[in-house]
Design a protein around this ligand. Structure first.
Ligand code: 173
Length: 502
């Protein structure tokens, strides 16, 4: 772009362009004409018409998103920030109370497990961010089933093996990792913490864990890669753009930057309906603002940030596109969001390096089965039909969703998974405690692995084998044992970490 220096616009001039007909916004001290960007999901943009939108923009878009996506003639140049009327930020009583709760977080030493991060995050995160991260599709049955499925798998430990030393490091797509887990891709990290995804990058480096960078990170892709240590392994999760030229550029740039695996998301041709998130947007609406910009009855109760920024995703993606991906990159290709053995088999036959058996954290199709349940049918059928055994170097199986304990991971590994993706727990960890939270979460998992490897009698990941689990009930989605109610009445439920009394 030419470096023509424009005289700064005045705040008063920008403020005039506050309607559908002409909509300018300020982001990081620069003015942009976004009038042509106002379509269905534009209510939020209109709210900032003529104003400084930086605070709203930042968590949702990487810094370069606006400059990359708006044609240069819509970049109207800098504004004299001294003349811009501040958008009045009203700190509500609820927000004040939240900030107080934030100050009352217990020290990390009192956080004992991954559930604890969630318990704290729920109390200290901005309500909207919590709603976005925690929500799932429809009735959230799959969200809960993801975790519950692990309750139907039991251990068959081996004894009297010398477990003085246990080593649970392993390889994912040929890259060493200290544990059979990776940090899976989750969008919009800055909703939870100003450093967003960088919290994950830095903690992953410390613990020798692989991070999967999301297409829709809040931080710029290059910033996330730049913050990695030399030799640190990162993967990329890909949403495929309707405009394949954009996808091609992104993929080839990622490869050039040293990304070691491309995880193509295949379970989100349309974003699922997450009603907790929707309801929050609805409640957060300021009726005065809405009526100013929208005619009565035409109010778009838009599904929030996620829907608005996901309209580029191509619902037309199909099997025949995979050849094209192979032609544009040498990175291993993995399909993320496979949900039955037939599709896993097709992925294998088409030369993929693996699949993630996943239902997108329960955020897409409600009543999709859990990844760990699908794992069992995939291992069985690919064994039967292609003579494969798992874990398998050439075609790796990953699982994600509902994982909170190292025992969950060990169950999946025993059943044939190479590694397991963990998403939300790390979001909750950094939303509550920044990078240190993610560090602590990884340390907790490390300690859990060490103990549980000993207790199941496995010295290495190779020794975590199929015979160590009984999954005979995995396909039975009912509670088999009647509730023992008298016993239950006497049983005191365990408590999560608590806020300190202030
Ligand atoms: O699960 C999600 O929220 C997700 O994957 C997504 C997709 C598009 C935009 C933002 C998030």
């Amino acid at each position: 772009m030419g470096a023509t220096v424009k005289a700064p616009l005045s705040g008063q001039e920008v403020a005039k362009h506050n309607s559908r007909e002409s909509c300018w916004i300020i982001v990081h001290g620069n003015v942009y004409d976004v009038t042509e960007f106002l379509d269905g999901g534009s209510k939020i943009i209109l709210k900032y018409a003529g104003k400084d939108a930086t605070a709203e923009y930042d968590p949702i878009h990487p810094p370069n998103a606006i400059t990359d996506n708006l044609p240069p003639e819509k970049h109207l140049g800098p504004v004299d920030l001294g003349t811009v009327q501040k958008v009045e930020v009203k700190i509500t009583d609820e927000e004040k109370a939240r900030l107080e709760r934030f100050k009352s977080r217990p020290p990390l030493s009192e956080i004992l497990n991954l559930h604890d991060f969630e318990a704290i995050a729920r109390r200290v995160m901005p309500e909207k961010a919590w709603a976005y991260y925690s929500s799932a599709a429809d009735d959230e049955i799959t969200l809960r089933e993801n975790h519950a499925a692990y309750h139907r798998i039991w251990f068959r430990p081996r004894i009297l093996r010398d477990v003085t030393h246990v080593d649970f490091s392993t390889s994912i797509l040929g890259h060493r990792t200290s544990m059979p887990i990776y940090i899976t891709a989750t969008a919009l990290g800055k909703l939870g913490h100003p450093d967003g995804e960088l919290n994950l990058t830095r903690a992953a480096a410390k613990h020798n864990i692989i991070q999967m960078i999301p297409t829709l990170a809040s931080c710029a892709f290059d910033e996330i890669v730049d913050n990695a240590q030399p030799g640190q392994v990162q993967f990329l999760q890909l949403y495929v753009n309707k405009d394949r030229a954009i996808t091609k550029r992104l993929v080839q740039h990622a490869e050039l930057r040293g990304i070691k695996g491309l995880f193509i998301t295949v379970d989100a041709p349309q974003l699922g309906r997450r009603e907790k998130d929707m309801r929050m947007k609805f409640e957060a609406e300021d009726p005065a603002e809405v009526s100013k910009n929208d005619k009565q009855g035409e109010v778009d109760r838009s599904q929030g940030a996620a829907r608005a920024i996901s309209s580029f995703i191509d619902p037309g993606l199909q099997w025949s596109d995979l050849k094209w991906f192979k032609s544009i990159t040498k990175m291993p290709l993995i399909l993320k969001g496979v949900q039955c053995w037939e599709d896993a088999l097709e992925a294998y036959d088409q030369g993929m390096a693996g699949v993630v058996l996943s239902n997108h954290g329960g955020r897409q199709l409600d009543f999709a089965k859990s990844g760990v349940e699908i794992l069992i049918e995939v291992v069985e059928k690919l064994g039967e039909k292609r003579g494969l055994s798992f874990p398998n170097e050439k075609f790796q199986l990953f699982v994600d969703g509902g994982v909170r304990r190292a025992t969950d991971v060990l169950k999946a590994v025993a059943l044939g998974a190479t590694a397991v993706g963990i998403g939300r727990p790390f979001l909750y960890a950094f939303s509550s405690y920044g990078q240190e939270g993610v560090d602590a979460a990884l340390t907790i998992l490390h300690d859990e692995f060490e103990m549980n490897m000993r207790l199941i009698g496995a010295r290495t990941i190779k020794e975590v084998v199929r015979g160590m689990v009984d999954a005979s009930n995995i396909h039975t989605h009912t509670v088999a044992v009647p509730e023992d109610s008298l016993y239950r009445l006497n049983y005191e439920i365990m408590q999560s970490a608590q806020l300190r009394e202030s």
